[in-house]
Design a protein around this ligand. Structure first.
Ligand SMILES: C[S@@+](CC[C@H](N)C(=O)[O-])C[C@H]1O[C@@H](n2cnc3c(N)ncnc32)[C@H](O)[C@@H]1O
Length: 285
């Protein structure tokens, strides 16, 4: 079979199994197996695909048809321009989380501390911590997670990009993961925010392959914002701030939650799709 035929068959198979963007995914899987950039497939569309490669690509297309995420199959994803290793140990970084990173970089510039202390609460793959290490060269970064497997992946990603010496990783449940006495200028978090009962309704790629501990935000999805609103101030320097991502339909409740908890300013930001996505709140100076 030629490159073109393999792509075509794969795309038809994925379409029959209800996979979004079936042709793109068929192309990306073949490109991954042939170890070439996707666009190179177009230049070689008549090239025959040898049997060993064909059987590998067939197996991957079948797994994708079972709704295993493309990123797990190819083992990586791009986040803030960095290629990150992904695995079932942690949530696959989402494009909307890049907004959280952009807002954090802008907030740190305004804040103006020469060596700001940052905490990434619920680091997962380490995507936010690693992207901030890349974009804020003088920041002193800490990252915590309740999942040891996620932390191992986050460490591997920090290592992959040369930031292992810049990020301190902590294992444990919420702020209990941290040694006492630490204080930060900015806390960033993309916490679990799906209401427990909604998890069963998510698309299979998320429901069956992202760790449930990365999704489950409690009965109304807001457990972690309550925790952050209540406990984060004692981990922040006076005048320090917090940026946290949240889900669709949660904006009003979250803004109220931070305002009621006595944060001086609580404001909301939209993502690139125009959806309310991030809450920003500051402690009194
Ligand atoms: C939505 S994921 C976000 C991962 C990553 N920051 C990102 O944006 O892709 C939430 C993360 O919070 C972690 N987490 C869940 N409960 C936690 C807890 N009680 N204490 C610390 N981390 C927790 C999960 O293990 C998961 O890695």
């Amino acid at each position: 079979m030629t490159v073109n035929e393999v792509i075509q068959r794969g795309a038809e198979f994925l379409q029959r199994h209800g996979v979004d963007s079936p042709r793109l995914h068929s192309e990306l899987l073949l490109a991954h197996v042939l170890k070439v950039p996707r666009l190179q497939l177009y230049l070689n569309h008549d090239r025959p695909v040898a049997e060993p490669e064909l059987s590998v690509v067939r197996a991957l297309v079948q797994r994708r048809a079972q709704r295993e995420p493309l990123q797990h199959l190819v083992g990586s994803t791009s986040f803030c321009g960095l290629e990150l290793t992904v695995s079932p140990a942690a949530l696959i970084p989402r494009p909307e989380t890049e907004t959280l990173v952009e807002l954090a970089v802008a907030a740190l510039k305004r804040y103006g501390a020469p060596e700001p202390g940052l905490l990434d609460f619920g680091t997962g793959t380490g995507c936010v911590a690693v992207a901030l290490a890349a974009q804020c060269p003088t920041a002193c970064i800490h990252a915590l997670d309740v999942s040891e497997a996620a932390l191992a992946l986050a460490r591997a990603n920090a290592e992959r990009h040369g930031f292992i010496g810049r990020i301190r990783f902590h294992h444990g449940d919420g702020f209990r993961a941290l040694p006492t006495g630490l204080r930060f200028d900015l806390l960033v978090s993309n916490p679990p925010y799906i209401p427990t009962a909604d998890i069963a309704t998510l698309q299979p790629e998320v429901r069956d392959f992202d760790p449930v501990s990365a999704l489950d935000g409690g009965a109304d999805g807001l457990d972690f914002y309550r925790l952050l609103a209540r406990e984060a101030p004692s981990w922040l320097n006076p005048g320090g701030g917090l940026l946290a991502e949240f889900g669709d339909g949660q904006a009003e409740a979250i803004e109220r939650l931070f305002t009621d908890a006595g944060w001086t300013r609580a404001a909301l930001h939209r993502d690139l799709d125009g959806r309310w996505r991030v809450v920003e709140a500051w402690r009194t100076a």
